[in-house]
Write a protein that binds this ligand. Structure first.
Ligand SMILES: CC(C)(COP(=O)(O)OP(=O)(O)OC[C@H]1O[C@@H](n2cnc3c(N)ncnc32)[C@H](O)[C@@H]1OP(=O)(O)O)[C@@H](O)C(=O)NCCC(=O)NCCS
Length: 193
């Protein structure tokens, strides 16, 4: 008797699941849009809650998917520009004091961290926590695949078509269409037809 009831509940829950998902995504999107001050094109998908910190100067192109628990921060004049049809996976952090810009069709694995600023580190200027940031723009081309856990640091540029291996730290420019891995990330090969 009990297992029949459990089965019935299971069937009912499966039936309403698509509606629950749609309703949840509607709420996630409404929340995200209320926090974003930049242009968010139609067809952007928010899969879960995101955190928007600072000015909200964030532009997102159509067809882009933003994963669960992503953290997007812009400070001062900083802006984040995400192109069309990108997938930004769960728990990604993007912080812009200057500019973080990426093209179309960029894929970013979970726990990626893209930060265009660093704390001041002068020994004679008090605690680093209170020193001004230094920032330099990060530019990522079209059709770039950034593996899970990758850090991209200030001033780095990643050319179109490049692949960055999981857990790599990108400190300098990575040429287009190359495969780069490690800390610091260095090209180890090129994509082939
Ligand atoms: C970069 C990557 C695509 C390369 O794949 P591949 O072309 O099959 O390369 P291989 O596995 O043959 O590795 C080539 C060399 O690079 C090294 N390497 C590969 N990935 C590495 C990484 N992330 N960090 C350090 N070294 C790495 C390998 O050890 C190998 O070194 P060797 O020639 O000295 O033996 C893959 O290793 C990777 O990191 N994928 C990311 C997966 C991911 O994060 N997915 C998230 C979903 S979006």
């Amino acid at each position: 008797m009990r297992s029949r009831l459990a089965q019935g509940v299971g069937v009912a829950m499966r039936a309403v699941e698509p509606i629950r998902l749609r309703a949840a995504r509607f709420v996630y999107e409404a929340w995200a849009r209320s926090r974003l001050r930049g242009r968010v094109e139609a067809g952007v998908q928010f899969i879960g809650w995101i955190t928007v910190e600072g000015t909200g100067n964030i532009h997102i192109g159509s067809g882009t998917r933003i994963g669960r628990r992503c953290f997007l921060e812009t400070q001062g004049e900083g802006q984040i520009v995400i192109g069309r049809n990108c997938t930004i996976n769960d728990h990604t952090v993007i912080t812009a004091y200057d500019e973080v810009a990426m093209g179309d069709h960029v894929m970013m694995g979970e726990f990626a961290s893209i930060r265009d600023a660093a704390h001041g580190m002068r020994l004679d200027a008090g605690p680093m926590r209170f020193q001004p940031h230094t920032a330099a723009p990060i530019h990522i081309g079209d059709d770039v695949w950034i593996g899970r856990g990758v850090c991209v640091l200030k001033g780095a540029r990643i050319g179109s078509g490049a692949v960055i291996g999981a857990n790599s730290v990108v400190t300098k420019d990575i040429p287009a269409k190359t495969i780069a891995v490690g800390t610091p990330a260095r090209p180890v090969g090129e994509r082939t037809p």
